[in-house]
Design a protein around this ligand. Structure first.
Ligand SMILES: Nc1ncnc2c1ncn2[C@@H]1O[C@H](COP(=O)(O)OP(=O)(O)O)[C@@H](O)[C@H]1O
Ligand SMILES: [Mg+2]
Length: 430
């Protein structure tokens, strides 16, 4: 009589979650969760404890002692059965009877230690009163962490087992934290990879766009130059043969080609503004506005323009880009007041929802507010080129520059009443 169920194969196939054979209570099919006596492998607060003894009465006694710990208790009635459980499940601690037929506790422990999965599982040996010191030494040599003599004191067994239950739970927690850390590190790496790929893709597309712009400017300019030079040649050498209409048509051809050349320049200019590297500088906005207006009055002395500039406005921005934006706004103010008798241009600061905003206001021709958003699109113009020359790239440039700073730009106007262009810079120096 080996004490083992005859159905067990000696080479130990891993058991299913249900107890392998004999000695276990039939589980209650109604109760939720793992059946009593089944080890738990999922993420649960309970750990598995393996009780190994060939005497059913001893197993029942151990079970009674440990019942109050509220952990999964798994009973095995032989060393082989214990090994079978250990193949497929993790245990916090093994209570192992030394004296068993067929394979005793020490042999069982030696086999337990030989397996990776259970190499470090704590073992507490339980032995009858025939203990000797040599047995104890042998017990420790095969990896016992403790050694208890039967009849064991229930309190004593419980307090020792509790230590290993806590240890197993802490280890599990550590393992999960380490896993979490690994996953989040992996996720961060994946994210960085995706980002790098997107940046590479974007850079590639930008380069393509750049070479496209270059090709456009290069290829379009060459035939334009020929139109330009041949129409000039016709004008120079054939002028007397042409009548007034012919000469006028030729003038139109030359005007159109010059306008197209300007458009090409503007497209390339807009692309450059978008790509230019940003610098963080302290910019004297008032100084910039004053200087530009003085130069303009100098250049067009015939014009009477009253200017009002708020002094001392300093902002944190890219000086060169911001100058381009502000000059575009001033150019418009100057241009669209050309037919206004008492022209006035003002630069000031206001408040847009707690954020400093700046504005350039004029009392020129103004515009219909219904089209206020359209103004910032490239080549969008509300006025006739014959009345107010231009290509419609100025406000698109302004908007790109302001957006690159993280700011906003918007327009207010009324037909015949002038216009105000507001902007914020986004990053304001504290
Ligand atoms: N100060 C202003 N007053 C009235 N209309 C303006 C003003 N500034 C811009 N606009 C309108 O917005 C259009 C686009 O301006 P912009 O992009 O600078 O192009 P452009 O100056 O070449 O016409 C202008 O054609 C005009 O219709
Ligand atoms: Mg303009």
């Amino acid at each position: 009589m080996t004490g083992e169920p005859s159905s067990e194969a000696p080479d130990l196939a891993p058991p299913a979650l249900a107890p392998p054979a004999g000695g276990q209570d039939a589980s209650d099919p109604v109760s939720a969760g793992p059946a009593p006596g089944s080890p738990s492998d999922g993420p649960t607060d309970r750990v598995n404890i393996l009780l190994v003894d060939d005497q059913p009465a001893n197993l029942i006694a151990l079970e009674a002692m440990l019942h109050g710990l509220d952990q999964h208790l798994v009973k095995a009635s032989s060393g082989r059965e214990a090994l079978k459980w250990l193949l497929a499940h993790e245990f916090a601690v093994i209570l192992l009877d030394v004296k068993m037929p067929d394979m005793d506790g020490f042999e069982t422990a030696t086999l337990i230690r030989q397996r990776d999965k259970s190499r470090h599982t704590p073992i507490i040996f339980l032995t009858a009163a025939d203990k000797t010191d040599t047995q104890a030494v042998r017990g420790y040599a095969v990896g016992a962490v403790d050694y208890l003599v039967k009849p064991v004191v229930p309190e004593f067994v419980r307090s020792k087992v509790v230590v290993f239950v806590e240890l197993a739970k802490k280890n599990e927690l550590l393992r999960r934290q380490a896993e979490l850390l690994r996953t989040s590190e992996q996720e961060a790496r994946d994210l960085a990879d995706t980002r790098a790929e997107l940046v590479r893709d974007l850079e590639h597309k930008n380069r393509e766009l750049e070479s496209f712009s270059y090709a456009v400017s290069h290829d379009l300019r060459a035939p334009l130059r020929r139109i330009e030079s041949f129409s000039r040649a016709v004008q120079d050498s054939q002028a007397e043969r042409l009548d007034a209409d012919g000469r006028r048509y030729l003038d139109r051809v030359r005007e159109a080609s010059q306008q197209m050349s300007q458009l090409i320049d503007d497209v390339l200019y807009l692309a450059r503004v978008t790509r230019a590297e940003m610098r963080d500088q302290e910019v004297d906005l008032s100084g910039l506005v004053t200087l530009w207006l003085e130069r303009m009055r100098e250049a067009e002395r015939a014009r009477e323009v009253e200017v009002k500039v708020r002094p001392g406005v300093m902002v944190a921005a890219d000086g060169q880009l911001l100058r381009i934006a502000v000059e575009n706004l001033l150019e418009n103010a100057w241009k669209f007041t050309a037919r206004t008798p008492a022209a006035r241009i003002e630069f000031g600061q206001s408040n847009a929802g707690g954020e400093p905003a700046y504005f350039i206001r004029d009392n020129g021709v103004g515009f219909d507010m219904a089209y206020a958003d359209r103004l910032f699109g490239p080549f969008q113009r509300l006025h006739l080129a014959s009345e107010f020359p231009g290509t419609g790239i100025g406000l698109a440039t302004v908007q790109r520059i302001i957006h690159r700073h993280g700011g906003r730009v918007w327009a207010e106007g009324m037909l015949g009443q002038g216009a105000t262009f507001h902007f914020t810079i986004g990053r304001t120096r504290a």
